[in-house]
Design a protein around this ligand. Structure first.
Ligand code: 26Q
Length: 838
């Protein structure tokens, strides 16, 4: 029974996960009180969810510590080959509930807190999200390191400890307002600072050549402005297996001499300014999910990550083997998460040659047998390029090395395609033009032994399009690794009721072997199972309504009977949130015409952030909100159609949303979404996809079968064939529904007091040059949505499809993805952890 003022506002979650629970409930109570009262100095009678959450996190962290040390020791004793995942983003979200799940203590801790009168859900949701990423790429890195720990692979994640994560989004008058996310303001109990493993990072200065006593040419990088990289380690527990891996994030701190030299010279203001410049490097995450190229600070961040991480790995190596690098490549493998950390290729060359005395050829062999590169985009405008002049100023020695890598490469290409200057121009690392640029993707391909895409179609398009010349030269380097998501966070933890039903039905082995979900298939024909499945989905929908109701009173008429139609992802033209809105306007038109009786109620939920400088994306947010405003306040339609913009979409929001979704919108222009991973989370939780043949949608459809997927739209080939003679106006002329939609938009129906606000958006889809061909897919999309509605009317059939989607989502576990990375790229041996004291 509750014993104090903590309100039990939600039922305590029932988790039926297997735990081998070594620690007793009473122990948790004792440890918790110890931290709460003695360490945090709080009064037992006046509990706050925040400090109680802190105290509980410390208890859980302590339990991880022994495992963490034992894991470390196992790797060290076995002297095993290791993997290093280098990423500018790790979108971790919250840690507490995931740590409890993976330790297998959720039930006991929940009970212990309950006995203290504390609802654990309140503690869990008082934790800040670690929002150190933009979207898919950052969350993929987080899911990957979870799977590495679960598969007991010796992998360290290396990233940056941004003081400010992804901005917080608020909506004011329908517009996105960004607020800084100072997530570290109240501290972070999950991280441990390790000053003893700091490294110096050089910037600026110049590169010099000299001859040593043996007559050998040596290179140094001198007169630099150095910055210290200080590591902060976070434990990454595997699922109930005793492994705890490490996520190491670097913080930039000014070196001592910054202060002393200039202080003494009396230039106080300059000294402080220099210190701030240095510490700015890890101050903020860049909130772009596509282009926005060329910012000096961004290049500083990238080099800072690459250099600190490589110095760390090399320091560990020389600690064991001195200056002998003979076996370094056998024991190390670096995975580059997009081109963002790819300056690591030049930096490894520098460290091996300039600091450890290796020759070019030796260093190059090590580099190109240890580096592997993952590409995440097909949009040419999103490929990273840096002006040569900027590199020369900021990283002069690295620029020398890149020129030399390029010179070696150019001679290899000339030998392969003699006399073909066009191919040299296309493939060179250096792009010529009014200013020379470094093409980071070319550097990444040339310096790696593996290049992978993130879904079948994406890899095919890399091979046939974007990187076809490199594919012709080195076909063996290219491979596909279809993305996944971790089933611990994205099913076991975020949807405990569904997880319990699944475990009760097929046992719990699905948690670490998601292909087991296939065993649910026969239960799709079992009426009583379907009834339970349906009840769980309805209750998740109710929780979503309750959650939103706190914030938004426009949804008072919302019902769990409606189709919950969900599109959550970054706002981008290629993801076509605009197409979704065209459908909404079409439905609104139908309802206004009086076509209401046979319409199924629908609640369209759209969430996502726009890059602050992306004008069109911000306009799309405004349009969604304006359309929502008109529809939700119109009593003639709002019982059948509701539109909600979900403010501040982030990892912890998706954990609430995905269990309550019926329909998953994956409607990008074919060939543009590399993979998508939200599509996988929603499928796993029993949502049915309406989607184009793009990214991983293709594989989702392959797995679940065409009859359980709402397909629409042009294929990638059809899209490309249309370019040059695309005529959206002609399409509008031939489609009455579309004319009505366009008429409403153009008449200013959704911007009555803001004339011409949406003109540029409207013009963009009417343009024959619209790269996203929104109008081209309108009819096919509307028809598919009609099929959705018809299917939803037959509840039994819909629930069956929902079960089959979950049952066939096994492929989309990152355990499968990481096993493939390991089998085909990393070749690490799993390391069961030896626990001496346990
Ligand atoms: C670039 C320049 C300057 C600053 C930032 C950036 C930047 C930052 C983040 C560029 C790209 C990103 C993120 C890209 C991303 O998330 N891509 C997505 O990766 C997912 C995982 O593979 C895929 O599922 C998605 O399809 C892909 O869009």
């Amino acid at each position: 029974m509750p014993t104090n003022q903590f309100l039990i506002s939600q039922p305590t979650p029932t988790i039926t996960q297997l735990p081998k629970q070594g620690v007793k409930k009473q122990d948790f109570i004792n440890y918790f009180k110890q931290y709460y009262v003695h360490l945090l100095g709080r009064d037992e009678g006046h509990q706050s969810p925040f400090y109680a959450g802190e105290a509980l996190s410390m208890v859980i962290r302590d339990h991880l510590m022994e495992h963490w040390k034992a894991t470390h020791k196992t790797y060290k004793n076995n002297d095993c080959r290791r993997g290093y995942y280098l990423s500018m983003e790790f979108l971790m979200g919250r840690t507490l509930s995931n740590a409890m799940l993976n330790l297998g203590v959720t039930d006991n801790v929940t009970q212990a807190m309950y006995d203290l009168g504390i609802a654990i859900e309140e503690l869990i949701s008082s934790e800040e999200d670690a929002g150190l990423g933009n979207g898919g790429l950052g969350r993929l890195a987080a899911c990957f390191i979870d799977s590495c720990a679960t598969l007991q692979l010796p992998v360290i994640g290396y990233g940056l400890r941004y003081e400010y994560g992804m901005f917080t989004q608020t909506i004011v008058n329908g517009e996105q307002i960004e607020k800084p996310d100072h997530w570290l303001r109240y501290g972070n109990v999950w991280e441990i600072e390790r000053l003893e493993y700091s490294h110096r990072i050089k910037f600026g200065g110049r590169s010099t050549v000299w001859t040593d006593a043996n007559g050998k040419q040596q290179f140094s990088w001198v007169d630099t402005h150095d910055v210290l990289a200080i590591p902060f380690d976070t434990p990454i527990p595997g699922y109930q297996n005793g492994t705890v891996n490490t996520l190491r994030l670097w913080k930039a701190v000014a070196t001592e001499e910054f202060n002393l030299d200039e202080f003494n010279a009396g230039d106080y203001a300059e000294a402080v300014a220099a210190k701030i410049t240095a510490e700015n490097i890890t101050m903020v995450l860049y909130p772009n999910d596509a282009n926005e190229n060329g910012k000096t600070l961004r290049l500083q961040q990238q080099y800072f990550l690459a250099s600190a991480s490589l110095q760390d790995v090399i320091a560990h190596w020389t600690g064991l083997h001195g200056n002998d690098f003979t076996h370094f490549a056998e024991k190390s493998c670096f995975q580059l998460n997009d081109t963002h950390p790819s300056i690591a290729i030049a930096e490894l060359m520098r460290l091996l040659m300039d600091l450890h005395g290796l020759g070019w050829d030796e260093a190059w062999i090590i580099t190109k047998t240890t580096m592997a590169y993952t590409n995440h985009t097909l949009l040419p405008e999103a490929l990273e390029k840096w002006p040569v002049t900027l590199m020369q100023r900021l990283l002069p020695r690295l620029m020398d090395i890149i020129f030399e890598i390029n010179a070696h490469f150019i001679s290899e290409v000339s030998a392969y395609w003699p006399g073909d200057s066009e191919v040299l121009r296309k493939m060179s690392i250096i792009e010529e033009g009014h200013q020379q640029q470094v093409r980071m993707a070319h550097l990444a391909i040339i310096g790696s032994f593996s290049v992978n895409g993130v879904a079948k179609l994406h890899t095919q398009l890399l091979q046939q399009g974007l990187f076809s010349d490199f594919y012709a030269l080195w076909p063996h380097k290219f491979n596909n690794k279809t993305n996944g998501v971790t089933p611990r966070r994205w099913l076991a933890s975020c949807n405990p009721k569904l997880a319990s039903l699944i475990t009760e039905t097929i046992g719990d082995s699905w948690i670490t072997d998601l292909s087991q979900l296939k065993k649910l298939e026969p239960f799709a024909d079992d009426a009583s199972f379907r009834e339970r499945w349906y009840a769980i989905k309805q209750s998740a929908k109710q929780s979503l309504i309750d959650f939103k109701k706190n914030k938004n009173d426009a949804i008072s008429h919302l019902s769990v009977e409606a189709i919950f139609d969900v599109q959550v992802k970054r706002i981008h033209e290629y993801k076509r949130q605009f197409l979704n809105i065209l459908h909404v306007i079409h439905l609104y038109n139908c309802l206004k015409k009086g076509d209401t009786n046979d319409r199924v109620a629908r609640c369209v939920l759209i969430g996502g952030k726009a890059a602050p400088g992306y004008r069109m994306a911000k306009k799309i947010i405004k349009l969604i909100n304006n359309v929502a405003q008109v529809i939700n306040s119109d009593p003639t339609v709002n019982h059948k159609l509701t539109v909600l913009f979900l403010e501040d979409y982030r990892v912890s929001a998706m954990e609430k949303i995905c269990s309550g979704a019926d329909l998953s919108e994956q409607i990008s222009t074919a060939g543009k979404e590399a993979s998508g991973t939200g599509n996988m989370k929603l499928m796993m939780n029993g949502a049915i996809t309406i989607g184009t043949l793009d990214g991983a949608n293709i594989e989702i459809r392959e797995e679940v079968g065409d009859e359980n997927f709402f397909l629409f739209g042009l294929t990638e080939e059809q899209i490309e064939a249309k370019r040059g003679h695309y005529n959206p106006i002609a399409i509008i002329d031939q489609d009455e529904d579309l004319q009505h939609v366009m008429h409403l938009l153009e008449s200013g129906h959704f911007n009555q007091f803001e004339p011409s606000l949406f003109d540029d958006l409207i013009n963009s889809i009417k343009s024959p040059h619209d790269p996203w061909m929104t109008i081209a897919d309108f009819r096919s999309y509307i028809d598919a949505q009609q099929r959705v509605e018809d299917a939803y009317r037959n509840k039994d059939h819909w629930v069956k499809m929902s079960i089959l989607n979950c049952a066939n989502s096994g492929k989309f576990s990152t355990d499968r993805t990481i096993s493939e990375y390991n089998r085909e790229i990393w070749k690490l041996t799993p390391q069961p952890v030896v626990h001496e004291s346990l």
